[in-house]
Ligand binder design. Structure first.
Ligand code: CMC
Length: 434
């Protein structure tokens, strides 16, 4: 087939250029040849917030935002959520194929045997203030693990990478549970290797004096489904951070700490906590129209609504709504669900939201489920981070092994002063500028 090209005419020089198009992209470096003269640096692209720039080639996650499609390694998210466990999906993301029965058995065994934290890490976590935010604790503890496993810096050693991947996926629930119990002043519970990934997480969260923790199977499965839905989402803010920091050949613990820090922001993973705050602020169903009016007048955003990529219903939000019904049969209905449903109903009929293609995203309903399960809003983003670590690691590994990737380092358009004459301090006057 004929290679597609785009033609550019530079009206500064009247020169013509033909740029090859591959996978719907032109290479930004191909623009450099477009110069006004030998001293010209060459044309660059300006794209704040990466609105139209592909930073990598990836075979992990596919999203069609206009049609509301999400696939991991070619498998629709709906199918994976129905048939797989989270660890099976984590394997798929990292290795590219669904595991065979034997591979899954070994994988689960290996992850289960990397759930313990070094005792000094436990003491490190005990040092946080009683009301420390769990995301701050998670970010710092992930970074601290880099000091326990210094060999993780050998990022080009495949066997070493696999070892650190097992550690990170294994230890995330342990760290998360410790942040939870720390906030409540409860003693930490050690992992129980007889239990599944989510059952063990629930054990570390909620075990009291009983000799063996029994997880409710409906809640354990619901948590597993939520983990599958959150496992990866291609080049989102935290994944981009993971790739960017990892591109400096930083070890995966420090890179994951940076990614988790990005996730903590209210426009990203912090949105699930913000949704609960918003629903509480609204208070009741009848106050929804007034709240939506306020948003349309420019006072804040409807948290849990809108997405950079989805311009249609987020497929994860659909599955979460279904999961919520299962959870509420066990826990009883969360009253905030009625406010959320009313908010969704009104927003989806409103011209402001229709025009801007704003639909509920994954964070809109997840917080309501988490709260019904007994989690405090401060922990919601940590619950997002636990499964997302599989996506971060899959993307990090893909980046590290991609010969086209180098240290991530964007260009800028400098808009500051030209070279200025220096004025000594004594000659700068006494004015106080604000
Ligand atoms: N409520 C009200 N208006 C909104 C919202 C919202 N939630 N989201 C976007 N808009 C408006 C925005 O004001 C803008 O309007 P205008 O064209 O008049 O200026 C228009 O829609 C386009 O929005 P944008 O800010 O240019 O879109 P973006 O792609 O830069 O931002 C977003 C995407 C997710 C940050 C944004 O929709 C948002 O802040 N949503 C609320 C926070 C949220 O739920 N975040 C979770 C995202 S999904 C999970 C994750 O990634 O972690």
């Amino acid at each position: 087939m004929k290679q597609r090209t785009v033609k550019i005419v530079d009206d500064a020089t009247d020169l013509n250029y033909s740029l090859p198009v591959e996978n719907g992209t032109v290479r930004a470096m191909d623009l450099r040849q477009i110069k006004t003269g030998p001293d010209d640096f060459g044309l660059m692209t300006y794209d704040p917030a990466f609105m139209n720039t592909a930073s990598c080639r990836s075979a992990i996650t596919f999203i069609d935002g206009d049609r509301g499609i999400l696939q991991y390694r070619g498998y629709p998210i709906e199918v994976l959520a129905e048939h797989c466990s989270y660890l099976e999906v984590a394997y798929l993301l990292i290795f590219g194929e669904l595991p065979t029965q034997a591979e899954l058995k070994n994988w689960v065994y290996d992850i289960t045997h990397h759930t313990m934290l070094h005792e000094t890490t436990k003491s490190f976590m005990e040092g946080f203030r009683y009301n420390a935010h769990p995301m701050g604790m998670l970010v710092s503890t992930l970074a601290a693990l880099s000091t326990i496993y210094p060999e993780s810096k050998h990022v080009f050693d495949a066997a070493n990478r696999r070892h650190q991947i097992l550690r990170l996926i294994g230890k995330m629930p342990t760290i998360a549970a410790y942040t939870y119990r720390h906030g409540l002043g409860l003693p930490y519970v050690y992992p129980d290797n007889d239990l599944s990934y989510t059952e063990n997480f629930m054990n570390m969260l909620w075990k009291m004096v009983e000799p063996k923790y029994q997880a409710n199977p409906v809640l354990a499965r619901a948590l597993d489904i939520l983990f599958i839905l959150h496992a990866d989402h291609e080049q989102n803010c935290s994944t981009n951070t993971m790739r960017c920091v990892g591109s400096a050949q930083t070890d995966p613990f420090l890179s994951s700490a940076a990614a988790a820090a990005a996730l903590a922001g209210p426009l990203h993973g912090g949105a699930n906590e913000a949704v609960l705050v918003m629903l509480d602020e609204i208070g009741s169903k009848d106050k929804v129209p007034a709240y939506v009016k306020k948003i349309k007048e420019g006072h804040g955003k409807l948290m849990g609504f809108g997405h950079r990529v989805y311009k249609n219903y987020d497929p994860r939000a659909k599955i979460i709504k279904w999961t919520a019904e299962q959870v509420f049969e066990v826990t009883g209905r969360n009253v905030r669900l009625d406010i959320a449903l009313e908010l969704e109903r009104i927003a989806l009929q409103d011209e402001y939201f229709i025009q801007r293609k704003l639909y509920p995203n994954v964070d809109f309903y997840s917080g309501i489920i988490y709260q019904a399960m007994g989690f405090k809003p401060e922990l919601f983003t940590v619950l997002f981070a636990i499964p997302r670590v599989a996506g971060w690691l899959a993307q990090w590994q893909e980046m590290i092994t991609d010969p086209e990737q180098k240290i991530s380092r964007p260009r800028q358009v400098y808009i500051g002063e030209n070279t200025r004459d220096f004025v000594p301090l004594a000659e700068r006057g006494t004015a106080v500028r604000r």
